[in-house]
Ligand binder design. Structure first.
Ligand code: SPV
Ligand code: MN
Length: 622
């Protein structure tokens, strides 16, 4: 293949000029290679210009990939019935021969994978337009910036990318010509009723050596928005080489006394409260999903890799999520996916306020309550993983420093799990190593009714990143440990758990309590609250929480509730730690300090139990 010949013969004059205005040969080769392989009918090189972005939006509607809704700016997109979530079985990291990431990470031989997916991509864009897009991951003109080029034949995907990522055509034009960018090639493949037809040939392969992602025969955002979790795997690998971190974390600002704003990052597995924490009323959001973290002058600095939100819509209601609720009902540019559209073209999803529409359409076609699918199963109005896509700038709580090229200084790192039995609602680690090991690397989430299989089974998910880690897990943990060692003022590390229950299985906390835990963590970062030192870390004093509940929510907080919530349950904690130790025993190259810190925690718990019994009430540590 001769790059110049392919580009000259397949791009019209305008598109050709646009492409070669970027002087990076890597980009030219990438585009030419996939024109030659996928054989599109035409090629559209999209710049950052408003007219180009408008064309993308209009084409998505014209081709039926999106439909307009009652509120101006809102559209709906449907993925195929079996294409509405990440395909974990067919998402693989491609590895050179001899490299092994261990059994927790889906991988396959690189040569085999590339050959297979190239075969699938062959001629897959025939009759369609290839769209070439340029973006910046992280803020522009910053030490954090990574440039990314995505090719897709889906206008829905191209449109979603506009809402989620910072435009990068101009940045590509001015970047040095040898800049190494992330490259993503996606084709939704053959369509039937506007959805990908050949789901059996759905593949998402991530080549972390070459920094290329291949995605075929799928539409769902998590499989096709190459800049999201797919580039995240590339970034984790690059970060591992360059001594920084890419984490599955929100970035938010929490207000303290006298308008002080303290920034936190937070990693929570799905359905553990990540978005609702980052969207806490009265606080500020920078990002809700992916952060790049770098050590700068001894501090941890964080940026949001993205600029938009691809959020789960199930359960969003006016009481618990007032800001998102408001935004979803205003004329903003929003793409809804896999929800119900009523006859008046208003929207409905599982657990939305108000009555269920008596008639409408969703991914299954015309819908009425009680509709059954071919297998006799009731069809919900919306999919459990139905989503909304929007630019964070349309949220009133977006922080003004969202695009700060320096990032923000992180005062605290939060890891949140779903744990009925052990973790107290909030605790602070003794230090960086204790926090990374006994909180971050020990993170688990219990299965819920929203996942398949038995409920309440703890699933190991270190740093909530198990699905995305692209280096051996032991190395990934080591990178996290080393990162803190390079900081002169490392952030504090906290563990939170919004799901603790009593012996009868009743939740011990209200949904709104997390606002108070955030305020307490903010005070701790500045040394403005004391803490009680327990065997598993530092917990709040009753008096400080009582005051916060009173000042922030005007609520009285009973000491009996505090005692129930913050009693350390030795059995449950040691059981959990033993489970985690067993997992790491099977992970090669786990740093020795992981086992030491976990064993020390068990020893502290056992010693306390010998003295005080299984239930360690907070008063023991006062
Ligand atoms: C997640 O599942 O963690 C998401 C959505 O943020 S996806 O893009 O599918 O990864
Ligand atoms: Mn996520």
């Amino acid at each position: 293949m001769h790059v110049e010949d392919v580009l000259k013969s397949r791009l019209d004059e305008t598109q050709y000029r646009r492409l070669i205005a970027i002087e990076n040969p890597m980009v030219h080769e990438f585009v030419a290679e996939y024109i030659a392989l996928c054989d599109p009918a035409s090629v559209f090189v999209c710049t950052d210009d408003g007219a180009d972005l408008k064309r993308i939006r209009e084409k998505a509607v014209e081709l039926g990939e999106e439909q307009t809704l009652a509120i101006p700016g809102h559209t709906i997109h449907f993925d195929g019935y079996k294409d509405q979530a990440r395909d974990k079985d067919h998402t693989k990291i491609l590895l050179p021969r001899g490299v092994n990431l261990g059994e927790n990470i889906e991988s396959m031989d690189r040569e085999e994978g590339v050959a297979e997916v190239r075969d699938i991509l062959k001629n897959l864009m025939q009759g369609k337009e290839m769209i070439v897009r340029f973006f910046c991951l992280g803020p522009m003109n910053s030490a954090f910036t990574i440039l990314a080029c995505q090719i897709t034949d889906s206008y829905y995907v191209a449109h979603s990318l506009d809402l989620l990522y910072r435009q990068g055509y101009e940045a590509f034009k001015t970047a040095p010509s040898d800049t190494k960018c992330f490259r993503i090639v996606h084709s939704q493949g053959e369509l039937e009723n506007c959805v990908s037809k050949n789901i059996d040939k759905r593949r998402v392969y991530v080549d972390v050596e070459d920094e290329i992602v291949y995605s075929a025969n799928t539409q769902y955002g998590g499989n096709t928005l190459g800049l999201k979790k797919l580039s995240m795997r590339l970034a984790i690998k690059r970060a591992s080489r360059e001594d920084w971190l890419c984490e599955h974390m929100f970035v938010m600002g929490v207000h303290g006394p006298k308008d002080r704003l303290t920034y936190f990052t937070g990693a929570f597995p799905s359905l553990c409260g990540k978005t609702s924490t980052s969207m806490m009323t009265g606080e500020k959001i920078i990002g809700d999903d992916i952060a790049y973290l770098r050590p700068v002058d001894g501090e941890m600095r964080a940026v949001n890799v993205e600029k938009g939100m691809f959020g789960i819509i199930m359960g969003i209601n006016s009481k618990d999520d007032p800001i998102i609720w408001e935004t979803l009902h205003n004329p903003n540019e929003i793409i809804f996916s896999n929800i119900l559209v009523a006859d008046d073209r208003s929207t409905y999803w599982i657990d939305k306020d108000g009555p269920v529409p008596s008639h409408g359409f969703n991914h299954s076609g015309p819908w009425t309550p009680g509709k059954k699918d071919a297998a006799g199963k009731t069809v919900d109005p919306s999919h459990k993983n139905a989503r909304f896509t929007l630019d964070l700038k349309c949220l009133e709580n977006v922080d003004e420093r969202i695009d700060d090229p320096e990032g923000v200084k992180v005062g605290g790192v939060i890891y949140g799990g779903r744990d009925s039995h052990a973790w107290v609602p909030v605790r602070e680690s003794f230090d960086w190593v204790h926090g990374i090991v006994t909180i971050g690397a020990a993170l688990e989430s219990e299965t819920t009714a929203a996942t398949l299989g038995k409920e309440g089974v703890p699933v190991f998910n270190p740093m909530s990143n198990i699905d995305f880690v692209s280096v051996p897990l032991g190395l990934y943990i080591k990178n996290n440990l080393d990162f803190g060692a390079r900081l002169s003022s490392p952030p504090l590390i906290f563990g939170v758990n919004y799901f603790l229950t009593d012996a009868e299985g009743r939740w011990l906390n209200e949904k709104t309590d997390k606002a108070i835990w955030l305020k307490w963590m903010e005070l701790r970062v500045h040394g403005d609250a004391d803490a009680l030192v327990t065997p598993v870390g530092k917990i709040p004093r009753y008096e400080d929480l009582r005051k916060l509940f009173e000042d922030v929510q005007g609520k009285s907080y009973a000491e009996t509730d505090y005692v129930k919530q913050f009693t350390v349950r030795v059995d449950a904690f040691t059981g959990k730690i033993k489970r985690i130790i067993a997992v790491y025993r099977n992970i090669p190259d786990t740093p020795a300090v992981v086992f030491e810190a976990l064993q020390n925690e068990i020893d502290r718990l056992e010693q306390a139990r010998a003295k005080h019994g299984d239930l360690l009430k907070p008063e023991l540590f006062a």
